[in-house]
Design a protein around this ligand. Structure first.
Ligand code: ADP
Ligand code: MG
Length: 499
C-alpha cells in the first residue's frame, strides 16, 4: 500500500518503525465523571474528594451528562463514529491510589468508534492517522513517595476525574509523525474546548507504543490487517510532552533494533521515560486484557442516547483547524504554512482574522506571524496579552496600504505601541508624531538636490558603479526621517543622477 517511510538503518539491514498512541485527555468539566466533587486542578491534598471518589462502602456512581457530551464532541472532531449505545466496565487492579480496587472504564463498547484525522508534518507533508476508539474512564489518585523518607502519601483529588482515552491505529511511522499526531490531537481538543491540553498540569499525556519490523513488513500488515507482521511493541506510559514523545520513539526504536540485531527478543513491556537521561526503563511486564478481568459495571446502566442529541451537538461544533486552514488559504490567499500556523490556535486565528479585516490577508499574515509573533516571543507573552490589539494592528496595516506611511515607519509605530510608549489609533499616533509619508515630489527633490550638491565625490562614483545609489537613498531617508516615499526617492534619484 504505502511506501515504507523513513527506514532506519541497522547493521543487518533496514528497519521500519511503527507507532500507536493512547492519548489521555482530561475532560474540561467542573465536576468528576461519577461524582459531584470538583475536578479543578491545584487544590490542597484530598480537598476535592467525595465519598464516591474515596470508594466508601455502598457509594454509587452517577454519570455526569456534561462529560458524556464532551466525549461526543471530541468524537465528532475526530471524524469518528459515535456509538449511541455504550457501556462501562470495571478494570480490576490493585493500587494504593485506586481505592475502589478497579477503574471504571469502557472496554468492548466504547462511546466513540473508528475515526480519522489529517496530520501535517514539518515539511508540509500530510498523513492520515486512523483513530481506533475513544472511551471514557475515570482517573486514579496519586501516590506521593518523596515527601517523607519512610511513608507514602495518597492524594485522591484526581480520583474519579473524567478522562477521554483516544487510541490511535498503529499508523505512525517515525518520531516526527508520532509527535505531530499528538500535537494535532491537542489542537483539536483545545479548539473543541473539551480538554485544556495543559500538559504540565497533567490534563494530557500519552502512552507511546513503539515497535520495529523489517522493511516491507508494515505493508504486509496493512494489506492483511494481521499484526503478526509487526514487531512486539513496548508501551511507554504517561509521556507528558510532545518533545518527550519524539524522544521516546527515537530511543525505543534504536534500542529495539539493537536488541534484535544482537539476536535478542523484545519483551512486551510497560516502560517509563526518564527525561533526565532521555532513556526508557522497565516499569512492569505488560498485562493482557484478561489480567484485568473486565466485566460490565453492575452499578451503572448502559449509556444510551439518541442520534438527535448527537446532531444537536454537531450543530454547535466550531470550525475545526483543518477547515479553518483551508479557508485561510482560499479566502486570504495564504501559503499552506502560514495558514497552518495561524489556524493551529483558536486565539491566534481569531486575532489574524480581525487584523485581516483591513482587506489585505497576506500582509496581515506577514505582520501577525512575523512582527507580532516575533515580538511576543521575545517578550515571553501570549497572544492574549498582546500589547497591540488586533484592531490596532489592522489599522496600522491600512495606513501602509493607503501609503500614509511606509513599511519602515510602520515598524517604528509598531514598536512604540508594543513597548507601551504609544496607545490608541495608529492614525492618531502617526499624525501626532508627524510620521506621514512625504509623497510631495517637490520636497523630496529639494532634499536630493542638496545632497547631490554636497557630495560630488559620491556622484562621480555612482556614475561608474550604479549599485552605490543605495547610499543616496539612505542619505535622503535620513534627512527626511524615513518619511519619504521610497519609490519616489528612487525615481527622482535615478533621474537626477542620470542612471
Ligand atoms: P492496551 O490497552 O493493551 O495498551 P490498546 O488497544 O488500548 O491496548 O492500545 C494499543 C495501542 O498500541 C494502540 O494505539 C495501537 O495502535 C498500538 N499498537 C498496537 N500494536 C502495535 C505495534 N505492533 N507497534 C506499535 N504500536 C502498536
Ligand atoms: Mg494501553
Amino acid at each position: 500500500m504505502s511506501e515504507p517511510r523513513k527506514l532506519l538503518q541497522g547493521s543487518t539491514g533496514d528497519w521500519e518503525v511503527v507507532v500507536g498512541l493512547e492519548v489521555h485527555a482530561q475532560v474540561s468539566s467542573k465536576s468528576k465523571l461519577f461524582s459531584g466533587a470538583s475536578a479543578e486542578y491545584g487544590a490542597g491534598p484530598n480537598e476535592h474528594v467525595s465519598l464516591v471518589d474515596a470508594a466508601m462502602p455502598g457509594m454509587l456512581p452517577v454519570i455526569n451528562k456534561y462529560c458524556v457530551e464532551q466525549a461526543i464532541r471530541t468524537g465528532l472532531g475526530l471524524n469518528a463514529k459515535i456509538n449511541t449505545w455504550s457501556r462501562f466496565d470495571r478494570k480490576n487492579y490493585f493500587y494504593p491510589d485506586l481505592p475502589q480496587g478497579y477503574q471504571i472504564s469502557q472496554y468492548k463498547d466504547p462511546i466513540v468508534g473508528e475515526g480519522e484525522i489529517e496530520v501535517e508534518l514539518d515539511g508540509g507533508e500530510m498523513i492520515t492517522v486512523g483513530i481506533e476508539r475513544l472511551h471514557l474512564e475515570q482517573d486514579a489518585g496519586k501516590s506521593i513517595h518523596d515527601l517523607s523518607p519512610n511513608e507514602s502519601y495518597v492524594d485522591l483529588n484526581r480520583s474519579g476525574v473524567a478522562l477521554m482515552e483516544i487510541v490511535s491505529k498503529p499508523d505512525m511511522r517515525s518520531a516526527e509523525e508520532g509527535a505531530a499526531y499528538f500535537s494535532k490531537i491537542r489542537t483539536i481538543v483545545r479548539y473543541l474546548g473539551t480538554c485544556d491540553g495543559n500538559m504540565e498540569e497533567g490534563s494530557m499525556r500519552a502512552d507511546v507504543n513503539v515497535s520495529v519490523c523489517r522493511a516491507g513488513n508494515y505493508d504486509k500488515f496493512r494489506e492483511s490487517g494481521d499484526f503478526k507482521f509487526l514487531g512486539t511493541r513496548t508501551e511507554t506510559k504517561n509521556v507528558n510532552s510532545i518533545r518527550f514523545t519524539r524522544q521516546v520513539i527515537d530511543y525505543e526504536a534504536r534500542r529495539q533494533i539493537e536488541i534484535l540485531e544482537n539476536g535478542g527478543i523484545i519483551d512486551q513491556e510497560t516502560l517509563l521515560f526518564d527525561p533526565a537521561t532521555g532513556q526508557t526503563r522497565t516499569m512492569r511486564s505488560k498485562e493482557d486484557a484478561h489480567d484485568y478481568r473486565y466485566f460490565p459495571d453492575p452499578d451503572l446502566l448502559p449509556l444510551e442516547f439518541d442520534q438527535a442529541w448527537v446532531e444537536e451537538i454537531r450543530a454547535t461544533l466550531p470550525e475545526l483547524p483543518d477547515a479553518k486552514k483551508h479557508r485561510f488559504m482560499d479566502e486570504y490567499g495564504l501559503s499552506p504554512y502560514d495558514a497552518l500556523v495561524l489556524a493551529a490556535d483558536k486565539q491566534k486565528a481569531a486575532y489574524f482574522e480581525e487584523v485581516a479585516k483591513g482587506g489585505d490577508g497576506k500582509l496581515a499574515a506577514n505582520w501577525v506571524t512575523g512582527d507580532l509573533f516575533g515580538a511576543l516571543n521575545k517578550a515571553d507573552k501570549d497572544i492574549a496579552d498582546s500589547p497591540i490589539s488586533a484592531d490596532q494592528l489592522g489599522r496600522l496595516i491600512v495606513l501602509i496600504k493607503d501609503k500614509t506611511i511606509s513599511g519602515k515607519i510602520a515598524k517604528d509605530v509598531f514598536a512604540l505601541m508594543f513597548d507601551g510608549s504609544e496607545a490608541g489609533d495608529p492614525a492618531d499616533i502617526v499624525e501626532k508624531r508627524g510620521l506621514k509619508q512625504v509623497t510631495d515630489t517637490g520636497a523630496i527633490e529639494k532634499v536630493i538636490d542638496d545632497i547631490i550638491a554636497a557630495n560630488p565625490k559620491q556622484v562621480e562614483q555612482v556614475k561608474e558603479k550604479p549599485k552605490t545609489m543605495g547610499w543616496f537613498v539612505g542619505q535622503v531617508m535620513k534627512e527626511m526621517q524615513g518619511k519619504a516615499n521610497p519609490q519616489a526617492v528612487n525615481e527622482i534619484l535615478k533621474k537626477k543622477l542620470g542612471l
